[in-house]
Ligand binder design. Structure first.
Ligand SMILES: Nc1ncnc2c1ncn2[C@@H]1O[C@H](COP(=O)(O)OP(=O)(O)OP(=O)(O)O)[C@@H](O)[C@H]1O
Length: 285
């Protein structure tokens, strides 16, 4: 493909992991913080998905998200990067109603969905692809797809045709057990299953995790294609540079708060983001 976005990352380096020893974002002054937040609130007007001042966690008394703001406009592909333990996956799980919100709010098309259960979100058009355990290994690919469309079984054929168009392999291997597939192929099954419900928003938790550089590239290309069919995407990624290359906008999460947000390209070239989160390897590019 001639699109420079899809050039294979020869290094195969995981730049976020390389920067794990980096110190957290330089603290802004209270006035700077207020101005940044005001601007973010203004840009979040009319967003498809919006989260304001989210506080959430697993264990009583320990907050993982500590005042996180986020928005996704219709048609956007938004990437979330940051060091290990920053709360990226927690943010996705919280948006999908898997973790109770302690304070703050989440809206979908302006409707309050704070802590709404996952099954309600699915019926509202939100799909979620977790990082692990994301296929039914003892079922065939076709049966996995049927599970994805259980709320609207009559749409199976139409949706499966759409999924096969994006992932032809799933059509070719439809009678094969999902458990016999490689990691990259399972990732396709997981995305395909989420797409069966015709979601308007897709939440992807580290879709490239554990895949070879070539497969990672394939996944990123698919994400762009899915996005081009009209699905808005929120993607958490460890492969920070690749994620920023393909996303419209990115968030750098640090210690449960958004440290930086901008277009993917601006973040990739921001000296502070490079120094603190992308590691020294990014300087060479
Ligand atoms: N089920 C859980 N119970 C308790 N604590 C958890 C649970 N899951 C995650 N955490 C903690 O929440 C914090 C944030 O984890 P999270 O998985 O959201 O980080 P992340 O930014 O996605 O990092 P990574 O890239 O390592 O996945 C970590 O300190 C983690 O130990």
């Amino acid at each position: 493909m001639s699109d420079p976005l899809f050039e294979v990352d020869e290094s195969g380096e995981d730049l976020t992991r390389a920067a794990q020893a980096a110190s957290p974002a330089t603290e802004l002054s209270p006035a700077e913080k207020a101005a940044t937040r005001e601007e973010h609130v203004r840009l979040a007007e009319g967003a498809l998905v919006r989260a304001d001042d989210l506080v959430a966690g697993y264990v009583p008394g320990v907050n993982i998200l500590r005042g996180c703001d986020f928005y996704l406009q219709e048609g956007e592909l938004v990437g979330i990067i940051g060091p290990n333990g920053a709360g990226k996956s927690t943010l996705l799980k919280t948006l999908f109603g898997l973790i109770p919100v302690r304070s703050g709010a989440v809206t979908l098309r302006g409707e309050d969905i704070t802590s709404a259960p996952a099954h309600r979100l699915v019926s509202l058009g939100v799909g979620y692809v977790p990082q692990n355990n994301n296929v039914f290994p003892s079922l065939t690919i076709e049966e996995n797809m049927q599970m994805g469309v259980y709320l609207r079984p009559k749409t199976f054929k139409e949706r499966f045709d759409y999924v096969i168009d994006l992932f032809p392999l799933l059509g070719e291997r439809r009678k094969g057990k999902a458990g016999a597939l490689s990691g990259g192929e399972r990732q396709m099954v997981a995305m395909g299953r989420a797409l069966m419900m015709d979601p308007s928003v897709l939440l992807l938790d580290e879709p490239s995790a554990g895949l070879s550089p070539a497969y990672q590239d394939e996944v990123f290309i698919r994400c762009r294609r899915i996005n081009a069919t009209g699905v808005s995407i929120i993607m958490v990624e460890q492969n920070a540079r690749r994620c920023l290359q393909i996303c419209d906008r990115g968030y750098v999460l640090d210690q449960g708060r958004n440290a930086y947000t901008d277009t993917g390209s601006a973040l990739m070239h921001d000296p502070k983001v490079i120094e603190l989160y992308l590691g020294t390897l990014a300087k060479a590019h």
